[in-house]
Write a protein that binds this ligand. Sequence first.
Ligand code: AGP
Length: 619
Amino acid sequence: MCGIVGYVGEKPALDVVLEGLRRLEYRGYDSAGVAVVADGSIVSEKRAGKLTNLEKALAERASANDPLGTATTGIGHTRWATHGPPNDVNAHPHLSADGSVAVIHNGIIENFATLRAELTDAGVELRSDTDTEVVAHLLAGAYGMHHDLAEAMRAVCRRLEGAFTLLAVQRDHPEMVVGARRSSPLVVGTGDGEYFLGSDVAAFIAHTRDAIELGQDQVVTITRDGVTITDFNGAPAEGKRYHVDWDAAAAEKGGYPNFMLKEIADQPQAVADTLLGRMDARGNLALDELRMNEDELRAIDKIVIVACGTAYYAGLVAKYVLEHYTRIPCEVELASEFRYRDPILTHRTLVVAISQSGETMDTLMAVRHAGEQGSRVLAICNTNGSTIPRESDAVLYTHAGPEIAVASTKGFLAQVTACYLLGLYLGKLRGDFFADEVRAIMAQLGEAPAAIQQVLDDTSQVEALARELADNRVILFLGRHVGFPVALEGALKLKELAYIHAEGFAAGELKHGPIALVEEGLPVLCVVPPRGRDQLHDKMISGIQEIRARGARTICLAEEGDETIVPYADVLLTLPKVPVLLQPLVATVPLQLFACELATLMGHDVDQPRNLAKSVTVE
Ligand code: AGP
């Protein structure tokens, strides 16, 4: 998720825009840039790294009559890289070839490869690796036809596929910023003779609390005279006006009390964005930089997943998925153990390194060891340009956006989503799937964001459960099949956030020892498999009966309509119906909320739990 700011008014635009970007810094980013309009030209500066790098560059060029210091119309951007590594060239804004238009963008243009090819064929020289630059060139071309920036924006938006928030300025309109949005946030701030645009209200809350939220497929024009909103065809449209009651700190969390709840709520978008643009019309899957050829991938005879913590649990889900889709044996290894056990690796082993940060030293050392043994490495990572993807042979980026809270939530769901994509990709490459089968499974995956949102829409039961169990100091989690890694992840969240000794078990393993832990009133959260796999479902009920017979308090997570479980659940949390393999995408969410709510009741800092770091860069 990138930070976006636009301004038109009487103040120096650079000051307003930089201040807005500072308020959006919390989101995490890897480059930043600004552009202003003055004296018939666009003046822009952008740098990789933190805002201080940009501010240093601006200070070096500042001079009395530099338009950057005097212009009153401008845009600014903090980039979280998706397409193209974080460097000065890929930073936003992007300018058209003639410098007449500058664009900043948040989101993913799904059809940017086609548009890039069209521009290249037309002789346009593309300077960056980004999808955004394509928009700058198209916008300049459309402006040349319409001589109206808003109309040019509408014409270009009608050609774009994917999710995007765009802001643009044009050198002949020193008092205008035009924005557009589809499936990505854009808010207008209305002041007295000055107007703002932002990816969220934090960008301009210091200046005004009167906002207008734009709707889907809308274009907005701000000038000193006011705000004009239309749809992509030019018909007048309305945004949702509201007054921002949050304080600045809350605004930075999108109104949530902490980043963890914000990021839990971000999960439908994180899964949707990770899926976005991954499959073409013929059912072929497109991954990110894949520096391995198809013959190498077809020759794979073993997959070894290496990861830590929550990412390791995503790997455990991936084992079920990859073996089901590809029939390739798949091992899952704790990265910290992997290289010390002298693993058996060959050139036909594919090592998959899963890491949200891309900097976890245990995982990085495992990647290096695999490379030394001649195996190829594919990274599944949420941080573009980080060390692990850079040192891997292939990369599948998740697009969850920056994850600020130390305890991973949307990172996990995006990793699991990426593992489904990898399984489908390898399965189809190896002839285990036809295109229509891939399309059918992708369609089921495409319904996951709505299912996750359905869980998020009613959290009252989970909150009540947290209050009820707030005094418990031992809580167990059970699951079977892909529900087993979900149980482990749920237990980890409770450990990390509430500092409670929580433990996850494979339900079938209880009778081999752990059932000795069960005593009167012990809370046990049970992830019940969907009834699509009756044997699994029935075995889970048997396990639940065993612990109830010994006094356990059973909190069951089961799909809606599952009446069989009702007699065995002291508390029943219903889940949307999804295919068996996709259950982690919906079953994990209540467990995340439960841990967050319980820790909050205990007065803990859920964003920065004690003893933990967001990225463990030591072995
Ligand atoms: C998850 O909530 C923890 N913060 C931790 O287990 C984390 O998943 C682990 O350190 C791996 O981090 P990575 O995904 O950035 O490699």
